[in-house]
Write a protein that binds this ligand. Structure first.
Ligand code: C2O
Length: 535
């Protein structure tokens, strides 16, 4: 294994999209940012230097950070932000991981423009468990606001109302051709040769939208999600939530022509989606750029059956003979009711404020990073009484006051080293039925079960998949339904858990697990690096 050195200079850069320019925060002046390449078991050292007037942190989304919690990146969870003019070195090893992940800013809404791909190749000499593609392509999906995203969310928070939806979706930073707009946004997409196979490394870096991805006239074969291999399956639509990654094989099995590539939102809320769908083209070698493009029909915005069948098709490579290492005996069993609700607010326009919570706790970020407070025993920063169950049982899928008047708190849930955990996320759907892409830092978990309606603690666990559940770091909790995960707390530190729809995180749909050190250095988090920023 080797050491990969990177320098990330955080700088402002002007970008023109949708016929208008604005200054955006970038890494090295690039949007999307630079790709981080490494192999499994390599060590990655990234020096992040902050040259902008915002505080910044970078999170390596999905990297396990085994005993390197100081390098995880979420602001006020594992570190204080890097102030203007200062730097911080993120140093971590890609232990036992290969595939596609992403990195992104992890403070306020800066990840709107500060994101990029992480490509982790298998160890030298180790092949993929599927035929080697002729070429690999990174496809990062995002969202674009004409106005400054920090202003969008600040204004929404002050008024206590939902923020404006983005103006467009983007593919590799571009919305595609914009009517009545000059040259920018010209053809983006893939150039392919007939007969060749391509591996698409798809990343959803959007702030607030789960997405469908399609290429007209072609099927895709999913082989990996969140840097874990899956049993290959064919699909014409990929469903991908913010924070998720999907590797899919594309065989260029047509002779010639141009085919539309499109993404569109999946959303079962009452919020109107008026942002522009991003499009690109797949063009075969020898096809003239002005040839008309074959179109594709996108699923409707509320196509829940498409998401269900996609998610149900995801299985790990394990089998009865070689089952996944799912914990079978559970030390901590949690039922986390997650949702969006309304709290009274005297100063807000409607007299109320939208909040989001887990078990009626709307999480408040501390002013000292939780990991520092835990490791150096600084008291008064958090309490460790995060409730393992909702305050009182109720029907989560019916309308009701259950998410009203949540409490604010900076609460963590404490886990002993190497204890086993089961978390059932129950979507509450009090204001609107919504699917929440829930992300856990520091672990890959097994997605052992999901269903519609209320979780039944007697019947549902009997149907859990303990043989070949997909392993991932972000999963969509279905609309008006539940999803169950299991993991082993073998990584000491403080690990953020939150909805990866940034608006829900901002409203408080977040919490943290505190995992204690075990015995000896191999089970413990070492002290913080000397350049760790101070609050
Ligand atoms: Cu990709 Cu805590 O986030």
């Amino acid at each position: 294994s080797m050491v990969r050195l990177y320098k990330f200079s955080v700088v402002m850069k002007n970008a023109t999209r949708l016929c208008a320019s604005k200054p955006i925060v970038t890494v090295n002046g690039k949007f999307p940012g630079p790709t981080l390449y490494a192999r499994e078991d390599d060590t990655v050292i990234v020096r992040v230097v902050n040259h902008v007037q915002h505080n910044i942190t970078i999170h390596w989304h999905g990297v396990r950070q085994l005993r390197t919690g100081w390098a995880d990146g979420p602001a006020y969870i594992t570190q204080c932000p890097i102030p203007t003019g200062q730097s911080y070195i993120y140093n971590f090893t890609l232990t036992g991981q290969r595939g596609t992940l992403l990195w992104h800013a992890h403070i306020n809404w800066l990840r709107a423009t500060v994101y990029g791909a992480i490509v982790i190749l298998p160890k030298r000499g180790i092949p993929y468990p599927f035929p080697k593609p002729d070429k690999e392509e990174i496809i990062i999906l995002g969202e674009w606001w004409k106005s400054d995203t920090e202003a969008v969310i600040n204004q929404a928070m002050q008024a206590g109302v939902p923020p404006n939806v983005s103006d467009a979706h983007t593919i590799n930073g571009h919305p595609g051709p914009v009517p009545n707009c000059s040259s920018q946004g010209t053809e983006t997409g893939l150039h392919v040769e007939s007969g060749k196979t391509y591996m698409l490394r798809l990343i959803n870096a959007a702030l607030n939208e789960e997405l469908f991805f399609k290429i007209a006239g072609h099927q895709l074969t999913v082989v990996e999600v969140d840097a874990s291999y899956t049993k290959p399956f064919k699909t014409d639509t990929i469903f991908i939530a913010p924070g998720q990654t999907t590797n899919a094989l594309l065989t260029a099995d047509q002779d010639t022509g141009k085919y539309l590539i499109a993404i569109s939102p999946f959303m079962d809320t009452i919020v109107a989606v008026d942002n522009q769908t991003a499009i690109g083209t797949l063009r075969y070698e020898g096809t003239h750029p002005f040839t008309p493009t074959s179109l594709t029909a996108m699923p409707p915005t509320n196509a829940t059956p498409v998401t269900t069948s996609f998610v149900d098709s995801l299985r790990s490579l394990n089998s009865i003979k070689y089952p996944a290492k799912v914990p079978l005996k559970i030390d901590h069993s949690l039922l986390l009711a997650i949702g969006v609700g309304v709290n009274p607010c005297a100063t807000c326009v409607n007299g109320s404020r939208v909040v989001a919570d887990i078990n009626n706790v709307s999480f408040v970020l501390p002013v000292t990073a939780l990991l520092q407070a835990h490791y150096y025993k600084i008291s008064g920063v958090y309490t460790d009484d995060f409730p393992a169950n909702p305050p009182n049982p109720y029907n989560y899928t019916g309308a009701g006051p259950a998410n009203m008047q949540t409490m604010n708190g900076t609460k963590v849930y404490r886990l002993g080293y190497n204890s086993t955990v089961q978390v059932v996320f129950q979507g509450t759907g009090i204001i609107a039925p919504e699917s929440h892409p829930t992300h856990l830092h520091g672990f890959n978990f097994y997605a052992v079960g999901k269903g519609l309606g209320n979780f039944d603690s007697e019947k549902d666990p009997k149907k859990f998949n303990l043989v070949d559940p997909v392993e991932r770091n972000t999963l969509s909790v279905p609309t008006s339904g539940w999803a169950a995960i299991r993991f082993r707390a073998d990584n000491p530190g403080v690990w953020f858990l939150h909805c990866h729809l940034e608006v829900h995180t901002t409203w408080g749909l977040k919490m943290a697990f505190l995992v204690e050190n075990g015995e000896g250095p191999s089970q413990s988090l070492p002290p913080s690096p000397s350049d760790l920023p101070k609050c």
